[in-house]
Design a protein around this ligand. Structure first.
Ligand SMILES: NC(=O)c1ccc[n+]([C@@H]2O[C@H](COP(=O)([O-])OP(=O)(O)OC[C@H]3O[C@@H](n4cnc5c(N)ncnc54)[C@H](OP(=O)(O)O)[C@@H]3O)[C@@H](O)[C@H]2O)c1
Length: 306
């Protein structure tokens, strides 16, 4: 492993892990028996692998997908205990209903992984007047986490999938006066905005509730999953430029999530942005406390009534 790392010029970070680490490696020796882990988007890609590995470590998985059928099918693929739930993140009523079901079950959640997402929609799409990537990637998870706050165990870990693509966010950060996306829509820019929101959300969660939970955001790497369905042309170009070594496998792509979710090295860490299972520096806007606070207030207004 270390030889391979040197060969690929991929140094290990202070956590002891780097680019090549897999989700299984970063959770080796971790016993999650008796712990409850809620994951959104368990039927595909990184969410599926995160569920597989955290279940293998003994966790009871509450596995969310857009429909109960999809969640049930995905959960059936792991051997350990699971509770499938429906959660359509672009439908705030569905999110609220999901949270209500979980609250009524009385389960206490030790880890909440906000994983599901969509990327680079070529044409502007909206839900309730809000651009769909912001709605799905940020607002749906914002409502879910807030509705589940009282179901979180003391010291629970909230892990939020952001992306290095947050660097593609609009120049001034979150465009609060354009959350409808109607001005100058570009798929990647609005994906970047939603992923910037993910980091700001982790920071503001820490500021508001850091005495009872930890919240961190992460870039999982570049992984060929269904996420890239709208970006085939770009991916082909990257591959033809021989940048293929920049890609991670799905097993590697779920590592940083699983590190933050379960590794003892992330105990007590909060309000950070991670990459390759180590702390990393996000876009300066992601450290803007005023922007994080405003995002929270605007998000509260947008989900009001649910
Ligand atoms: N892959 C990468 O290179 C990469 C890079 C940076 C960040 N990320 C982030 O990693 C996360 C996981 O992505 P992935 O690569 O695993 O993608 P994926 O294979 O496309 O999985 C995405 C998951 O999100 C679910 N989802 C999408 N829209 C939803 C909605 N409205 N409500 C509920 N669930 C919804 C999908 O469900 P359906 O299958 O039903 O659509 C699927 O389960 C995302 O947040 C993404 O932004 C990925």
């Amino acid at each position: 492993m270390s030889f391979l790392n040197r060969l690929k010029k991929r140094p290990l970070g202070p956590s002891g892990f780097g680019f090549l680490a897999t989700a299984e490696q970063v959770t080796e020796g971790v016993d999650l028996t008796g712990k409850v882990v809620f994951i959104t988007g368990v039927n595909s890609g990184l969410g599926q692998e995160t569920m597989r590995v955290l279940s293998k470590r003994g966790a009871h998985i509450i596995g969310a997908a857009r429909t109960l059928d999809k969640a049930t099918e995905a959960c059936a693929a792991v051997d350990g205990p699971t509770t499938p739930v429906a959660c359509e993140l672009s439908d705030l009523s569905s999110v609220a209903a999901c949270a209500s079901t979980v609250r009524q079950s009385g389960q206490s959640i030790d880890v909440l992984v906000c994983n599901a997402g969509i990327m680079a929609l070529p044409e502007l799409q909206q839900k309730d007047g809000v651009e769909l990537q912001f709605m799905t990637n940020h607002l749906g998870h914002f409502l879910l986490v807030n509705k589940l706050l009282d179901s979180l165990a003391p010291g629970a870990r909230v892990v939020i999938l952001s992306s290095g693509a947050h660097f593609a966010a609009p120049e001034k950060g979150i465009e609060f006066d354009n959350l409808s996306g109607e001005r100058d829509y570009e798929g990647l820019k609005f994906y970047g905005q939603s992923k910037l929101a993910n980091i700001l959300f982790a920071k503001e969660l820490t500021r508001r509730y850091g005495d009872r939970l930890t919240a961190n955001a992460l870039h999982p790497g570049i992984i060929l999953t269904n996420l890239g369905r709208h970006m085939k042309g770009v991916l082909m170009m990257v591959m033809s430029l021989r940048l293929v070594t920049e890609f991670k496998s799905v097993e590697q792509g779920a590592a940083t999530t699983c590190y933050l979710a379960a590794n003892p090295g992330a105990e007590g860490v909060s309000g950070k942005y991670y990459d390759n299972s180590n702390e990393a520096e996000p876009l300066p806007h992601a450290n803007d406390a005023a922007m994080a606070s405003k995002l929270w207030e605007v998000s509260e207004q947008l989900v009001a009534g649910h």
